[in-house]
Design a protein around this ligand. Structure first.
Ligand SMILES: Nc1ncnc2c1ncn2[C@@H]1O[C@H](COP(=O)(O)OP(=O)(O)OP(=O)(O)O)[C@@H](O)[C@H]1O
Ligand SMILES: O=C(O)C1=C[C@@H](O)[C@@H](O)[C@H](O)C1
Ligand SMILES: [Mg+2]
Length: 173
């Protein structure tokens, strides 16, 4: 595997960054880190509370700081990024320079079901509770973010991505 020290999982909310990141890290013996969790621990506030009280701009600054701390401090790790991480403050460049970036590309219909099941209120970037409306919101966000996500070194488009698929793509690098 010709990966550098960090593996960065990127993709929209619900694409499986946290779920797959945990099992990938376990399989290859790397430390698992969830960037949203790092921000919550550093700030002592939930993500919806940061958005509500301090706004998205401040959240994006916390996110950048947390990302750079992980890159500077950690050794071999799998990082589940936040859905928007690649799209702000040149974070995609920072990740591509310091490790291997992997885009989990799941279709909006499946994402909407997963987000509704997990709780829309936990994801402040979304407002719709209706499945069709949420699909539309996700499509619009995907269109904007694709320019960043497509810079990933590995792209996996599937609705049932597994850790094994990711490992085989890493081995092909
Ligand atoms: N590969 C998969 N196949 C089927 N279901 C999955 C898969 N990965 C994740 N899920 C389900 O989708 C939901 C969201 O997954 P997860 O929290 O890992 O996404 P995420 O990308 O970390 O989202 P967020 O950006 O909101 O943190 C969970 O309920 C999980 O069980
Ligand atoms: O897609 C997004 O912009 C976000 C996704 C989550 O992981 C969190 O980082 C936050 O809710 C923002
Ligand atoms: Mg997650």
């Amino acid at each position: 595997m010709s990966v550098k020290k960090g593996i960065f999982l990127i993709g929209l909310a619900g694409s499986g960054k946290t779920t797959l990141g945990k099992s990938l890290a376990k399989s290859i013996g790397y430390k698992f880190i969830d960037l949203d969790q790092v921000i919550v621990e550093r700030e002592g506030l939930s993500i919806p509370d940061i958005f509500k009280n301090q706004g998205q701009g401040q959240f994006r600054l916390y996110e950048k700081e947390a990302l750079h701390e992980v890159i500077a401090v950690e050794d071999t790790f799998v990082l589940a990024t936040g859905g928007g991480t690649p799209c702000f403050h040149f974070n995609m460049d920072a990740m591509n320079e310091s490790g291997t970036t992997i885009y989990l590309d799941v279709n909006p219909g499946d994402l909407a079901l997963r987000i509704i099941e997990g709780g829309v209120e936990k994801r402040p970037m979304f407002t719709s509770y209706d499945h069709q409306d949420l699909i539309q919101e996700i499509r619009e966000m995907k269109n904007i973010r694709e320019a960043y996500y497509s810079q990933a070194q590995i792209k996996i488009r599937d609705n049932r991505i597994t850790a094994e698929t990711i490992i085989s793509k890493l081995n092909d690098l």
